[in-house]
Design a binder for this molecule. Structure first.
Ligand code: PMP
Length: 431
């Protein structure tokens, strides 16, 4: 297999190791989960492509871990961000755009009756928990094993992709007293969930759910699972929080909750709604959200919250996405990738399973179905690592972890898919 010239990436990485901890600004960017190596440094992107510092071009299926659903540098996004740059990126005051944007989000995800903008998915989820605790007067939460909800203390217990990959499901620096407030159960296992409620139900403030999992690959809920979670949780007087940081506006124009027709009490958003700029948002039932300051006793604030650059980028993104045929296009191209990758794997005798929904999917090297974290964990890590590196050398960029998804964007074309499948075939032939 041809090897790309990576001299400049090597050089930057050596310099980075000296000044940035681990050489990366987020652990998932290191190649530790694929057996090590020099992370590729990128310096330019346009449409579905990215160019590294050595000038190699890649078809981008990382999409920055989800946000870049328009591809890179969509003209409407560039225009929105340029306008913000000219008219002010941060005022520290209220603005008309945040009202417009909150209204757009509520129209798409009506359960978010009242909304607050923050700066990341981590912040959004962290705050839903605080508000749920304020509303219920209880302290414990339940989360599903392997699901990632950001890096705040409470949710970094048996978390998903990044930490799971690095083998540190419980981060150092989190007091045991905090970990004691979190109960983890396997996803898609309603009996385990019911058992947890039987034991701790009256102490539970909320359950945190990725309604379609994105953090041990794409894993759909079994039929009836989410409905039952809702029913049982409410029976015990606790709240249901959907972490839709990955899922909102990914599979259709709205949340996974609207697609699946199962409605939570609160929702956390991030990624796509910022169009590639930092953002998060949380919201929910009016009486719950009224716990938040200045109306209520639960405090949450932010200097950068609702900044015009992120908000105007978000409006532009949703405006483009609301031309709904994009989702059909991503599904169509996603189906071709799924079929083509399965075909190549079969041809060369590799056992793989693909979990796909629309333009998001995960390729697992395994011969069993993947319905929960244990299933994802027991897939072939080394084969995935070789697959990742083979694709990289072919100019196909995916995340360096077997727990992540490939994401299509509206910028990917039929030719990109055809080129990708030819590259996949060559990689599979030598795996
Ligand atoms: N929730 C989910 C489901 C996520 O996938 C992520 C990030 N991958 C987060 C929360 C945290 O978001 P952020 O990285 O913006 O803090």
């Amino acid at each position: 297999m041809k090897e790309l010239n990576r001299e400049q990436s090597e050089r930057y990485y050596q310099e980075a190791l000296d000044v940035i901890v681990g050489g990366v600004n987020s652990p998932s960017r290191s190649y530790k989960a694929v057996g090590g190596g020099t992370p590729t440094f990128f310096a330019k992107a346009k449409g579905p492509y990215m160019w590294d510092v050595d000038g190699n071009r890649y078809i981008d299926y990382l999409a920055a871990y989800g946000p870049l659903i328009l591809g890179h540098g969509h003209p409407k996004l560039v225009e929105a961000i340029s306008q913000a740059a000219m008219e002010g990126t941060l005022y520290g005051t209220s603005t008309p755009w945040e009202v417009q944007f909150a209204t757009m989000i509520r129209e798409a995800i009506p359960s978010m009756e009242k909304i607050r903008f923050v700066n990341s998915g981590t912040e959004a989820v962290m705050t839903t928990i605080r508000v749920a605790r304020a509303f219920t007067g209880r302290t414990k939460i339940i989360k599903f094993e392997g699901c990632y909800h950001g890096h705040s203390d409470l949710v970094l217990v048996a978390a998903g992709s990044g930490p799971a990959t690095l083998g540190i499901p419980d981060s150092a620096g989190i007091p045991q007293s905090i970990a004691n407030e979190v109960i983890t159960v396997p996803f898609n296992n309603i009996e385990a969930y019911e058992d947890a409620l039987k034991k701790w139900g009256h102490e539970i403030a909320a359950v945190l759910v990725e309604p379609i999992v994105g953090n041990f690959g794409i894993v759909k809920p079994k039929p009836g699972f989410l409905e039952k979670v809702n029913e049982l949780t409410h029976q015990y007087g606790a709240l249901v929080i959907y972490d839709e940081v990955i899922t909102a506006f990914r599979f259709h124009y709205g949340g996974a909750q609207n697609l699946l027709d199962v409605i939570p009490d609160m929702t956390a958003l991030g990624k796509i709604i910022g169009g590639g700029l930092p953002i998060g948002a949380y919201g929910g039932r009016k009486e719950i959200m009224e716990q938040v300051a200045p109306l209520g006793p639960a405090y949450q604030a932010g200097t950068m919250a609702g900044n015009p650059a992120s908000i105007r980028a978000g409006i532009a993104t949703l405006e483009v996405l609301s031309e709904r045929h994009w989702y059909a296009q991503m599904d169509h191209l996603g189906a071709q990738l799924e079929e083509g990758i399965l075909h190549s794997a079969k041809k060369y005798g590799h056992n793989i399973v693909i979990n796909r929904l629309g333009g998001g999917f995960t390729v697992y090297f395994t011969n069993h179905t993947v319905e929960n974290y244990q299933d994802a964990k027991t897939t072939d890590t080394e084969k995935f690592a070789r697959f990742f590196k083979g694709l990289l050398d072919e100019g196909i960029l995916i995340a360096p972890s077997k727990y992540e998804a490939w994401f299509l964007t509206i910028a990917h074309t039929q030719k990109d898919i055809d080129d990708t499948l030819q590259a996949v075939d060559r990689v599979m032939s030598k795996l």
